[in-house]
Design a protein around this ligand. Sequence first.
Ligand SMILES: Nc1ncnc2c1ncn2[C@@H]1O[C@H](COP(=O)(O)OP(=O)(O)OP(=O)(O)O)[C@@H](O)[C@H]1O
Length: 324
Amino acid sequence: MAGPSVTEPEPERADDAVISTRGLTKRYRGGQLAVDGLDLTVPAGSVFGFLGPNGSGKTTTIRMLMGLIGPTAGSARVLGRPMPHAARTVLPRVGALIEGPALYGFLSGRDNLLRYDEADPTADPRTRRERVAAALDRVGLAAAAGKKAKAYSLGMKQRLGLAAALLQPRRLLVLDEPTNGLDPQGMREIRTLVRELASDGTTVFLSSHLLDEIEQVCTHAAVMARGRLIIQGAVADLSAGARGRLVVTTPDAGEAARVLKEQGAGDVVIAEDRVTAEPPDRDPAEVNAALVAAGVRVRGFALERASLEDAFVALTGEGFDVAG
Ligand SMILES: Nc1ncnc2c1ncn2[C@@H]1O[C@H](COP(=O)(O)OP(=O)(O)OP(=O)(O)O)[C@@H](O)[C@H]1O
């Protein structure tokens, strides 16, 4: 008689978070508090940017999420399961690219992937070649598959690392600074790839110290500074929280600055024929009318959308200094 089929326990929790941490903390042996009480929620299907200057605790967090190091306090769940406890069941469904891919330079890109695939005990050897070809194709390396990996550019190596992470279907991809060290073209390629992967439904968690990168590819973001979470949420909401700047283009910059101050604008800055300021609490049309009435020749009048950087500065009172 056929008994009930053995199925894996449903891993997803009601909140549908692919990653969630509660009070996650790491203090290194030397006493360094690298991550301090982190409550992170990564929604399923998001491209989640994990942003922070160098040394803010991103890599330490990723290492805890992947079960590579244990937390000092708090807990982390990945795909609904506790880490590092459930690493054996969780990690096969997570593709990770952490601290650059480990590649054999003397082997071709294809042979590197064949090796990766061989190392996976769940991978069917009969379909290995097709899997490797599909992964190479996915990252745009099909034409360079026969080249030795040492002849690859840094961007190609990153893409090969991604291909290795994509040999199996993944629920989650974790990428630690995937564009670090790449030239603008290499960066664009990786970003395009990330967008494509996300449109296939894979949740992508990527760390970066580049604000504009997060704005370009991510739907959600969390901002870290000195081991603490500053803010997290949908990227559109994060930047909406900060006010944009008023930008007036005029040959009469000095007079425009005076009028803007009179109208209640803050932080008025003149840069040649551009005057920017924190917009005052009144109808922009009135501000414009006041400029014109004072004889300022207004050639441009705009409210620039706030960037994530503005949000960061507003929240921390500091610039986003990548040198940390
Ligand atoms: N193995 C370690 N032992 C002691 N301190 C460490 C260790 N690894 C990291 N740290 C410290 O913990 C803090 C957070 O480092 P972490 O690497 O997590 O930051 P990060 O945001 O990933 O920065 P980066 O992009 O430079 O790697 C830093 O002050 C760092 O010097």
